[in-house]
Design a protein around this ligand. Structure first.
Ligand SMILES: [Zn+2]
Length: 154
């Protein structure tokens, strides 16, 4: 991955260069999205179980509205990965249905493997940008390609 970070307040509108490869992305895809940031202290809720964590996430969540560009090539690659992830989840669902009908250990193992594969595919296909820090209304966003021109120099 590498690449640097960009800081700013919400809403953040990035220049029309591809966030992956840095090429001029006019004619590509403009993504209007939302990135969520959860402060680390939400994990303190774990002492009370999963529910407090969910409640704390809800309280502590900071939303960044962001728009960025992907060039046609990177947009296509991103869509392909998302399609793969969706297809793998369909396979998982089908495999669960089959394993309920046929009580077979191998199908169960296959389902478990597919499940792991689907999670991996979802992570790979997820939005490239993430909020890495938040303080006083300023979000720090990471996940840019090394070539993205708006990045502060080394
Ligand atoms: Zn690109």
């Amino acid at each position: 991955m590498g690449g640097g970070t960009i800081s700013g307040t919400s809403p953040m509108s990035l220049q029309p260069d591809c966030i992956r490869c840095g090429r001029d992305a006019r004619g590509g895809r403009r993504v209007e999205g939302r990135l969520d940031y959860y402060p680390r202290w939400v994990w303190l809720g774990l002492v009370g179980g999963l529910l407090p964590v969910i409640v704390l996430c809800f309280i502590g969540r900071k939303k960044l509205r962001i728009s960025f560009s992907l060039c046609p090539d990177c947009a296509r690659r991103q869509r392909w990965k998302q399609g793969m992830a969706a297809a793998t989840w369909v396979l998982v669902a089908a495999s669960i249905l089959v394993s309920v009908k046929l009580d077979d250990a191998w199908i169960l193992i296959g389902t478990a493997l597919l499940f792991v594969g689907a999670i991996v595919a979802s992570v790979l296909g997820s939005d490239p940008l993430q909020v890495s820090a938040y303080q006083d209304r300023v979000f720090t966003v990471k996940g840019f390609g090394r070539e993205f021109p708006a990045l502060p120099g080394p």
